[in-house]
Design a protein around this ligand. Structure first.
Ligand SMILES: [Zn+2]
Length: 290
């Protein structure tokens, strides 16, 4: 898609029924979902299994000056013990798909990590001779300083868990290679793309604002995981670090963008994943781009 002079493409690593709804969003019980099922099915909620359908994807953003990857999926050979279908995947066409869009790993200028969960950092690194090394040799990896501090502090704690393994496998190797660019919330890639803090899901979670040729868009990372959260903005994700802060950020975002021309590019809403926020009664809905 085009946003002014900015070229945007999605690289979808997986999109399938993956999670028991209430495991992802604790309020998404059968009773809670009942009034929404008719519009969530079949794209966002699988009628056969009742599982939420989520893409895991990267946005390739080409501004006039830079090639930016926003989030890096799950990657290959990465540990994910809490969801075994994602554990140590192999033979993925991710880099081939990037090549098909005309981008070699060496062409990438920036990798923006909206946050440091395992489904957003996987391709930061790949396994070469038994070591995880940066996949994009010329890229700077933009990471919120607060986010890195949080996860490295957690990592020094007790038993490592899955999300902490992704820090060792997919984050620290880029830091050790000197390719991390730690930011405090006010970083601009150029005059068409800049970050916007959206804390709550994680301590340093951030989005990306895009503006070009009179068009505007915003990538929201994991501010919301399912379109049902437009209709139920108070429903938090079980993975939200600070559910109350995430709830405030979500409401504020929906209020600010409802019935505007700003395109909202989500990480996990089902394909096409991009749309406009519209007011619907006392809440909101997502009107997808077609
Ligand atoms: Zn995610």
């Amino acid at each position: 898609m085009k946003l002014g002079a900015i070229d945007i493409a999605r690289i979808v690593e997986r999109e399938e029924p993956a999670f028991v709804a209430s495991r992802l969003l604790p309020d998404a019980t059968p009773e809670g979902l009942a009034p929404h099922r008719h519009w969530l099915e079949p794209n966002a909620l699988d009628p056969a299994t009742g599982l939420f359908i989520l893409p895991i994807q990267t946005y390739l953003v080409r501004t006039r000056r830079h090639v930016i990857l926003v989030d890096a999926c799950l990657g290959e050979g990465k540990s994910c013990r809490w969801h075994l279908p994602w554990h140590k995947m192999a033979g993925l066409p991710y880099l081939d798909n990037l090549a098909r869009l005309g981008v070699a790993p060496s062409n990438v200028d920036f990798v923006l990590c909206t946050h440091l969960h395992g489904d957003h950092v996987g391709w930061n690194t790949r396994l070469v001779d038994g070591r995880f090394v940066p996949t994009f040799p010329n890229a700077r990896y933009v990471i919120a300083r607060r986010e890195l501090d949080h996860w490295t502090a957690t990592n020094r704690g007790a038993t490592p868990e899955d999300y902490e393994e992704c820090i060792d496998e997919s984050v620290l190797p880029v830091v050790e290679a000197g390719q991390a660019l730690l930011v405090d919330g006010d970083f601009a890639f150029d005059d068409e793309a800049w970050i916007e803090p959206l804390p709550g899901h994680t301590p340093g979670h951030m989005g990306l604002r895009l503006r070009s040729g009179g068009a505007e868009g915003v990538m929201i990372g994991d501010l919301m995981h399912s379109p049902v959260q437009c209709a139920e903005p108070d429903w938090h994700a079980s993975s939200d670090f600070d559910p109350a802060q995430a709830r405030v950020a979500r409401r504020r975002f929906l209020e600010a963008h409802a019935d505007t021309r700003t395109q909202v590019l989500t990480a996990h809403f089902p394909s096409p994943s991009v749309g406009f926020i519209r007011r619907a009664g006392r809440a909101f809905r997502c009107e997808y781009l077609t």
